[in-house]
Design a protein around this ligand. Structure first.
Ligand SMILES: Cc1ncc(COP(=O)(O)O)c(C=O)c1O
Length: 387
């Protein structure tokens, strides 16, 4: 039998610490490895498969579009792209006016950096401590953790970091030299940490005072994940720039940078060969329809509450804190999370870390209740038995 792990270990750059599992198929909330073992997937490609793996509506849309037109330069209009733009602006509950379609979260961040500098004429950016915004040079400059940054100096100049959820200190870092402020409504990689409403509102006010753009990075939190279409809705503020990625394409690579009225880029200033390609647009249209028709945002809110009812952190000495918004779930431990993930995997449940001591679970929003309960039971059991 071909050893897929061995091939990847020897032939991929060593960027990922491999888990020793080769996944070859998925359906809904389940995935299968090359030996036929079945898992409930609470990794979902880092929060991509909100509508489930091999979602029939998305699969059909991709298949149909692949037989019709898969590539179309941005200098031509395209039916799938235009329909998606219309649908996206209906779906997004903020006062947004225009969008740039790209291929990933990091590219959505890069476009935001360019939009902010070009539109304000300013150089600087503020982002949060523990923030994660991606791996390209601009995105990694907005990212906080030194492990992700240090080997790549010099980074893009002008970025500073201030404490997340500390309104006084964060706001003090925003002055008239600041082009944009990057914020995740729930820090994902940084440990599943929801922002406080008062904090985000204070940042919004300070951006209004100084003319800095508020750039909400919803790469991980968007498309129903947190129990609303977008997590920024919890704070009752409108961003100036909204970043989307991950779940937007139902598994097909895609990202988007949306801007409010008054912001734009002139011709020739930005572009992307694959950005807004008809294949990704068709997949995204189907994904949004699926979220809308099945009410998956509300489902995420309900299942999240079920998690709180069934998972009692007080039962486990090793648990420091349970943090959650919708189906974005974090369980912070007093010790390293890895052995607990391994135990869960042997029980047929895949979860991941968010920093070394946090177990993170991002199940599909379509997960069946029995599957979700099994995932919670596996978490409970791991916390009981690994010691
Ligand atoms: C909040 C946030 N922004 C940006 C990114 C980068 O997205 P991508 O990996 O698609 O470049 C991520 C990825 O985890 C993310 O969580």
């Amino acid at each position: 039998m071909t050893d897929f792990n061995a091939i990847e270990e020897s032939r991929s750059l060593s960027c990922y610490v491999k888990r020793g599992v080769a996944l070859v198929r998925g359906e809904g909330a389940r995935v299968w490895d090359d030996r036929g073992a079945e898992y409930i997937d609470c990794v979902t490609g880092h929060g991509v498969a909100n509508v489930g793996h091999a979602n029939p509506r998305v699969a059909e849309a991709i298949a149909k579009q692949s037989r019709t037109l898969t590539t179309c330069s941005g200098v031509f209009a395209n039916d799938a792209r235009a329909k998606l733009l219309e649908k996206l602006f209906d779906f997004v509950p903020f006062a947004m006016e225009k969008a740039f379609l790209g291929n990933s979260g990091a590219e959505a961040v890069e476009a935001a950096i360019k939009i902010a500098r070009a539109n304000t004429g300013r150089e600087n950016f503020v982002a949060a401590m523990r923030a994660f915004h991606g791996r390209t040079m601009g995105a990694v400059s907005a990212t906080h953790k030194s492990d992700y940054r240090d080997a790549f100096a010099p980074l893009v100049p002008g970025f500073r970091h201030a404490p997340f959820n500390n309104a006084e200190k964060f706001v003090a870092a925003i002055d008239e030299t600041v082009a944009g402020v990057f914020l995740e409504p729930v820090q994902g990689e940084g440990g599943v940490r929801p922002a406080d409403e008062a904090f985000v509102r204070a940042v919004r006010e300070r951006c209004d005072e100084t003319g800095a753009l508020l750039i909400m990075d919803e790469a991980q939190t968007g498309f129903g994940r947190t129990g609303k279409r977008f997590a920024t809705e919890y704070f009752d503020v409108d961003p100036d720039v909204l970043l989307l990625a991950k779940a937007i394409g139902g598994g097909v690579p895609m990202g988007a940078t949306m801007v409010r009225a008054g912001l734009d880029l002139t011709p020739g200033k930005h572009g992307s060969t694959f950005g807004g390609n008809p294949l990704a647009c068709a997949a995204s249209l189907a994904t949004i329809d699926e979220i809308l028709e099945r009410g998956l945002d509300k489902r995420a809110a309900e299942l999240g509450e079920r998690f709180d009812e069934r998972f009692d952190p007080a039962r486990h000495d090793v648990v420091r804190e349970r943090r959650r918004l919708g189906l974005m779930i974090g369980v912070e431990l007093k010790t390293k999370a890895k052995p607990y993930l391994e135990h869960m995997a042997t029980n047929g449940v895949l979860a991941m870390t968010a920093g070394p001591t946090v177990i993170r679970m991002l199940p599909p929003l379509t997960i069946e209740i029995e599957e979700f309960d099994r995932a919670i039971d596996a978490l409970d059991e791991a916390l009981r038995e690994v010691g």
